[in-house]
Design a protein around this ligand. Structure first.
Ligand SMILES: [Zn+2]
Length: 333
């Protein structure tokens, strides 16, 4: 059955698109100390036919910039005449962290992905999260929450453990449609954007691109194709699914956990991302600058190394994450 065309335009911030149009604009999110409004860029691709609203957002962490180029290409390449529903693109939602080349919001030292859904009386990150929640998340049916792992890492998509079983299953189906290996989160952080959306019953996936701070060509090409695959899965586009090729993929849905340092030192990896690891096998060794071994990081269970997500230099202090390991679901430590 051919559905009736969409009649009305739609607005996100100042981006107002009539059916069959693409619009760009800005969403005010705060006011700076000099009294000037702070805005984030928004694009809206508004289909001719009715359908869901899919939000692609990124840049919660200011060093993760791949979403900027992915959204630029989606804005140019998704044809609203062929689209059922609406695609909303918000590639840079934490401009302060971006300007500081930091994961965190400098003004309040917050990780903006730990403060959702935000609060009216909180610090900058909390108040901005509240605006993003109201203006973007609560108006979307499906959310693609883009991040980039620190290198080295595989390409993978995370589905959080919040929300009910149906929402999580719909999210896993979307993650499979996207095309990267899929891992379930088993280390709940409170206040994540994806956790909030899942709790609202909104299917949500978190693709992890590689190389924070860089426009990695494979991340961008597969990110664009992956979003289009999600749109196809939702019957918003009717053309062919695009197969995605990334290094060292795995097909079964696994569950991942991070393992961290209990001491500290310069970090030497014992394995490469994508390699299988056996319980008790050395994942990394921490040494002082003259080579004295300070700690040996071993795998608590058999699995696959999917990332060494060290946040700064190739070194770790007590409590820092060393590796993400993807275990067989139900067999994680
Ligand atoms: Zn991130």
């Amino acid at each position: 059955m051919i559905s009736a065309p969409v009649q009305s335009s739609i607005s996100f911030g100042t981006a107002k698109a009539a059916p069959g149009q693409v619009a760009i604009g800005e969403l005010p999110i705060a006011v700076a100390m000099d009294g000037r409004e702070v805005t984030i860029p928004i694009a809206v691709v508004h289909g001719l036919r009715p359908g869901p609203t899919v939000l692609v957002e990124g840049g919660l962490h200011g060093i993760e910039i791949a979403t900027v180029e992915i959204c630029r290409r989606l804005k140019d390449e998704v044809d609203p005449a062929q689209l059922a529903g609406t695609l909303v693109l918000a590639p840079q939602v934490n401009p302060w962290a971006f300007l500081a080349s930091s994961r965190f919001t400098p003004q309040d030292a917050q990780d903006m992905n730990r403060v959702f859904p935000g609060s009216a009386g909180g610090t900058l990150s909390h108040q901005v999260a509240r605006v993003i929640t109201r203006e973007l998340l609560d108006r979307a049916d499906v959310v693609i929450d883009c991040h980039s792992c620190n290198p080295p890492s595989l390409y993978f998509t995370i589905v959080g453990e919040e929300g009910n079983a149906e929402t999580r299953q719909r999210s896993v189906d979307l993650a499979k449609a996207f095309g990267y290996p899929v891992v379930l989160a088993n280390t709940a952080y409170s206040g994540t954007l994806s956790g909030y959306c899942l709790q609202q019953g909104k299917p949500t996936i978190t693709p992890e691109f590689v190389f924070s701070r860089r426009f990695d060509p494979v991340s961008i090409a597969t990110g664009v194709a992956g979003v289009r695959n999600v749109l196809r899965h939702l019957d918003m586009l009717s053309d062919q699914h695009e197969p995605i090729e990334v290094p060292r993929p795995f097909t079964e849905v696994r569950t991942y956990r991070s393992i961290g340092a209990t001491r500290g030192g310069y970090c030497f990896f014992g394995l490469e991302c994508g390699q299988s690891v056996k319980q008790g096998e050395t994942v990394a060794t921490l040494r002082d600058c003259w080579g004295t071994e300070l700690e040996r990081i071993v795998a608590p269970h058999d699995g696959i190394i999917i990332a060494f997500p060290l946040q700064g230099n190739q070194a770790a202090g007590t409590g820092d994450k060393i590796a993400y390991i993807a275990y067989r679901t139900g067999n994680e430590p």
